[in-house]
Design a protein around this ligand. Structure first.
Ligand code: IDP
Ligand code: MG
Length: 137
């Protein structure tokens, strides 16, 4: 089984869509190993998105990710990384497939409801960023 990190971003919490997104996760046969609501600090958001340092949207991204609470979840399934990204849809909701989370719920490429790890090494790093091994049940 593979693990991935999902984040329900501040827009997801503000729009009261956490329940709908969790339903999608469970309907699609992911196991939720750990889940919690937290408010990211600026330092945490900058570290989490370190790979995007210097890009034109970096400051906007950090501001967005710290504007309110998020729900972080460690998911498990065969092909969890690719399957969760498929379920989320493209980064830009305008380009996302019908029925995907971002197509259904996201406002734009910045405020796009959900995060998902993009590879095995990033999934490992991102899960460890928020969860200790003993919190993964
Ligand atoms: P991903 O979340 O689909 O993996 P990334 O390219 O890793 O997409 O970008 C991380 C996050 O940065 C996106 O989910 C989105 O919130 C934000 N972002 C990416 N590209 C842009 C952009 O062009 N404008 C504003 N925000 C962006
Ligand atoms: Mg990414």
């Amino acid at each position: 089984m593979e693990r991935t990190l999902a984040i329900m971003k501040p827009d997801c919490v503000q729009k009261k869509l956490v329940g709908k997104v969790v339903d999608k996760i469970l309907e699609n046969d992911f196991n939720i190993l750990g889940m919690k609501m937290i408010r990211l600090t600026k330092t945490q958001a900058e570290a989490f998105y370190d790979v995007h340092q210097g890009k034109p949207f970096f400051v906007e991204l950090v501001d967005f990710m710290t504007e309110g609470p998020v729900v972080v979840a460690a998911l498990e399934k065969e092909n969890a990384i690719a399957d969760w990204r498929t379920l989320m849809g493209a980064t830009n909701p305008a380009e996302a497939d019908e029925g995907t989370i971002r197509k259904l719920y996201a406002d734009n490429v910045g405020r796009n409801i959900a995060h998902g790890s993009d590879a095995a090494d990033t999934a490992k790093r991102e899960i460890a960023f928020f969860f200790s091994e003993s919190e993964l049940l």
